[in-house]
Design a protein around this ligand. Structure first.
Ligand SMILES: [Fe+2]
Ligand SMILES: [Fe+2]
Length: 279
């Protein structure tokens, strides 16, 4: 299924400077999305390495099929990490410092030499978060209101592809006979570390931006996270679903990703050689 995924090259200008409060002048949503973007290059490389190692761990007769299955996933994630690195270069020029990546690099060393299913369970768990956030952003594009069209395209394209490929690591975990208890164990660990990391980096971004102690920052945080349609309140149910033994990401299927990709086909070109995109 994943092998059929299209890898897309975005036709947006990422050389032009990015405004300090690029997300509609809102300091909090800018800081939060900047924090997430900082985690993507290192996180998405980990996913790529995890699924590649997972395929190597399969019986020889299954490897060819699975190499095809994950080709599109790898191509999409490789493209995301490259594009977000270019976006992150603008953030560094704003004086923001990525403190998240060095922590992730240290943690990733713990997986060296372990059963590859651990890294794939981590990947599947994190992919559940990216799929939830992607789906939320596609359902609430007004969260990006006031951002330049090229940056709206960047975030919604990534969101669309995250929901599009959300099955890939999960299915590979199952193909490797990964069990439910470990899947849930890693999901709970990732929930804690991901939420703490994103909170720490968002606060660090706001502090360097000198907007941490503004009333408008906290008001925006309350609305974006805990409002009736907010990121946290909307995702409690989808988060809990992952704990069920019979959960599969397709149970959260919607047509938002496909609709966005169809409506914005002029914003990208399909890359025919996914392996080349993966570098
Ligand atoms: Fe991604
Ligand atoms: Fe992903």
């Amino acid at each position: 299924m994943s092998g059929a995924l299209t890898v897309r090259r975005l036709l947006i200008d990422l050389d032009a400077p990015v405004a300090r409060h690029w997300c509609g002048g809102d300091a909090f949503s800018t800081a939060l999305l900047n924090a997430l973007s900082m985690s993507f290059p290192v996180g998405e490389q980990f996913f790529i390495d995890a699924v590649r190692a997972g395929v190597e761990a399969l019986p020889a007769e299954k490897q060819l099929h699975w190499r095809e299955e994950i080709r599109g996933f790898i191509g999409q994630e490789a493209t995301h990490r490259r594009i977000h690195q270019r976006f992150n270069d603008h953030l560094a020029r704003h004086g923001l410092v990525d403190e998240w990546t060095p922590r992730v690099v240290e943690r990733q060393k713990l997986f060296e030499g372990t059963d590859p299913r651990h890294a794939i369970a981590v990947t599947a768990a994190t992919e559940h978060f990216t799929a939830m956030m992607g789906e939320w952003l596609l359902a609430h594009p007004d969260a990006l209101a006031g951002a330049e069209p090229r940056l709206q395209t960047l975030w919604l394209w990534h969101s669309a592809e995250e929901t599009e490929h959300k099955n890939a690591a999960f299915d590979l975990y199952r193909a490797l006979d990964g069990d439910h208890a470990w899947r849930v164990r890693w999901f709970k660990r990732i929930t804690t570390s991901f939420l703490l990391d994103v909170a720490r980096q968002t606060v660090a971004n706001l502090r360097r931006d000198r907007t941490l102690w503004r009333w408008s920052t906290w008001r925006s945080a309350a609305r974006l996270l805990f409002g009736r349609e907010g990121l946290v309140r909307s995702n409690v149910g989808p988060w809990r679903d992952y704990l069920r033994a019979d959960f599969h990401p397709t149970q959260h299927e919607s047509d938002r990703s496909a609709r966005w990709l169809a409506a914005n086909a002029g914003q990208y070109t399909p890359v025919l050689n996914a392996e080349r995109a993966a570098g």
